[in-house]
Design a binder for this molecule. Structure first.
Ligand SMILES: Nc1ncnc2c1ncn2[C@@H]1O[C@H](COP(=O)(O)OP(=O)(O)O)[C@@H](O)[C@H]1O
Ligand SMILES: Cc1ncc(COP(=O)(O)O)c(C=O)c1O
Ligand SMILES: [Mg+2]
Length: 288
């Protein structure tokens, strides 16, 4: 029987709705991964409501919780670490130390970093020091980096002028650490207004994917977190990079279709659970 992979997921938790772990844990588990959620913050709701209550986890809790897992002899079963929304830069440093410890026991373990940065116009609020941590420290340790366009621009320090330039920008990141970069949401001059576009870039190859852009009265949140989580889950389940990329795009599209059909602001993950596990749509990535 094939072994069920284990994944340590370190990102935000919201009590109501879906962002961070609250957008990714159930879908990853639904695909067949044992998820170990470690919540960097526990907020009432995501920050794009403009108000929330709750607390940031003390950074020393991250190694303390991992110590507990090690003490019961389970840490070596961890196949991957996912990090997303961080409450502080100190939490980020604690996560890199955890990655180092896990890789020391299991050198094949993967680290996927979704470099969630603040986006004031969108209402995504992240502590400013977190961006510096991601740019200066996390990039070098990540095996896979999953930025959106804004985050890619921050890493490279400029805006792209074309799709080819987005590929070139992602390649400059490969030189600084990761083996693959997934740009979960592209935005460049000349991009078609009807499509939502993504990019997968490795040292040798680059693939571009389009899916239909859906109309929402208010853009749902947690889409990036869902995308990164599903991509990593499929890698752990044995997909190659390209298949995991195409799968995550299709599964996220299914969730968005269900969300749109319900007229909901929050992602309809429970209603879309069968569709996300077995997407009916398929998007083929094209080499660029
Ligand atoms: N097919 C789609 N149609 C319309 N909007 C989409 C689609 N896919 C994703 N989105 C929206 O695009 C945005 C992606 O957000 P962005 O900040 O660029 O990336 P991330 O979610 O990784 O942070 C989200 O607001 C999400 O709701
Ligand atoms: C608590 C929390 N986690 C994660 C996110 C990231 O969400 P997304 O995947 O849409 O970038 C947000 C965005 O506002 C958030 O408020
Ligand atoms: Mg994001």
């Amino acid at each position: 029987m094939k072994r069920t992979p284990h994944l340590l997921a370190i990102q935000s938790h919201v009590v109501f709705g879906h962002a961070g772990n609250s957008a990714a844990v159930f879908p990853m588990a639904r695909l067949g991964v044992n998820v170990w959620p470690l919540n960097t913050v526990q907020f009432s709701n995501h920050t794009q409501y403009g108000q929330w209550t709750g607390e940031v986890l003390a950074p020393q809790q991250i190694p303390a919780l991992v110590d507990g897992i090690e003490a019961i002899g389970e840490l070596g079963h961890c196949d991957a670490v996912l990090s997303g929304y961080l409450g502080s830069a100190a939490q980020g440093r604690a996560i890199l130390e955890v990655v180092r410890r896990i890789k020391a026991i299991n050198p094949r373990a993967l680290y996927l970093c979704d470099p969630v940065m603040g986006h004031p116009q969108k209402g995504c609020i992240v502590a400013p020091e977190v961006s510096d941590f991601l740019l200066n420290e996390a990039l070098a340790v990540a095996d896979v980096l999953c930025p959106n366009q804004l985050e890619l621009d921050s890493f490279v320090g400029r805006r792209p002028d074309s799709l080819a330039d987005c590929v070139a920008m992602a390649r400059t990141l490969l030189a600084r650490g990761p083996q693959a970069v997934v740009v979960k949401h592209l935005d460049y001059p000349g991009k078609s207004a009807e499509d939502f576009e993504m990019l997968l870039v490795t040292a040798e190859q680059a693939w571009h994917l389009r899916r239909p852009l859906l109309a929402f009265p208010r853009q749902p949140v947690g889409v990036g977190d869902l995308t990164s989580g599903l991509f990593l889950a499929r890698l752990l389940l044995g997909d190659g990079l390209l298949h995991a990329f195409e799968f995550s795009a299709a599964a996220v599209h299914e969730v968005l279709l269900e969300t749109q059909a319900c007229g909901s602001y929050e992602l309809q993950l429970v209603r879309a659970q069968d569709r996300l596990a077995q997407p009916r749509v398929r998007f083929t990535a094209e080499p660029v």
